[in-house]
Structure formats: structure tokens, C-alpha cells
Write a new protein. Sequence first.
Lengths: 116, 132
Amino acid sequence: MTKKTSEPFMWLLFSVGGMLAALLIPILLLLLGVLIPLGWIPPPDYSNVLAALQHPLIRVLLLGFCVLTLFHTAHRLRFILCDGLQMTHRSLAITKICYGGGTVGSLLAGYILLRV
Amino acid sequence: MNEIHHTRRYHQPVSPFWWLRRRSYLIFALRELSAIFIAWFVVFLLVLVSAVGAGEDRYRQFLTTAANPGIELLNVISFFFILLHAITWFHLTPQAIALRVRSRRIARIWIVASLYMCWGALSWAAAWIIMS
């Protein structure tokens, strides 16, 4: 009998998160993290940003983005530590810490997005 | 002589620094590290969201803090790591998914090309939304 594991589900979160990160983060980071702070592009108007972030659909989409990309990181970090740094003997603890971190980060993201 | 052989699995010892041995291993390791920079972007984004929620003054303050050379440098480094993630990810996708149309498998090049087109379109749309 095959044992049911959550492995396929974690790989699914990893894949979707990785795809979202690849498609969206380069442009968002370039604009929000580099060009706007440098003053090369004028920052978006405060009232527009606030209105966008208070829209329920935008909040749900942003939460989904945060949760999936955080679990992508958690999953990859797990394999960096286990296989990359040869800590296979601690794999259970590493797995718990990585996914635990992803869960805490996701809850925090939900809290921050709800408060806007 | 009767000997009982205890079969134990043999693990060849591997150095924790195995990824420094070859250029391809190093690129692999750098790509894996991109995950940390993805998490940094999520943190940066959530700090921005939180500042917007706290009022216009805090939003301006966030923009000033983000212009700090240390944070700028971290963001530029993160940008290149995530670019490495994006490019390697698009090129690996055809290995992970086998798309078929009428039982014929779609060539790798089409999957990669369509991902690049999606990337371009989404980047353009995101830039248009943020800048308008």
C-alpha cells in the first residue's frame, strides 16, 4: 500500500509560486524597489494606491501571491539546507522549520492586507 | 569461514561545498539562492502595503527609506537573482510539463516562447498600471 504524503501538494505550491515569482517579481521589483525610489519614475499617487489596496479582489490576489511565493521559498530553502549543505540527517526538523516559516509569513501577510 | 554480512547502505561522503567544484554547480546553487530574494521581495511588498495603510506620511517615509543606498543595492542584487530564477524557470518548464495536442507533444520551443510572451505582456501590463 502506498503511503499518502503531502509531497505532491508541496511541489504544486512550489511550482505555482515559482511561476508567479518568475512572471511578476522582476518588473515589480524593478519599478517599486529600484526605479521609483531612485526618482527615475514618479511614485504612484497615494490615494490611488490606497484605493487599489482596499479593493477586495486586489487583496485576495496579493494574499495568494504572497502565500504561494513564500511556500516556493520555503520548499527551495528546505532542499538547499537538506541536500545543498548536506544536512539530510536533520531533514525532518528542517522541513518543519521551513514550512512553519512559510505558514507564519502567510498569516502575517493576511493580517497586514486586512488592516489596510 | 561463515561470516554474516550486515548490509548497510553506503553513503559516499559529500563535502558541504560541493557546489563550488564546477561552474554549472555554482549557477545551480545561485539559482536555488534566488528563493531567499523572492522572500525579501514579499517582505518589501508587505512593508509597502503596511505603510500605505498607515497614512500618506508613512507612505512618503517608505519611499525615502527605500531610496537608502543599502536597500537600493539589496533590491538590485535581488533583481538579478530573480531574473536568473525567471530565465532558468522558463527553460525548465517544458521538462516538467508535457503538453499534447491531438496526442502529439508540443515542441519545447513553443512552451518556452509562450512563457516569454506571457512574461512580456504581464510586465508591460504591470508597468502600465503602476505608472499611470
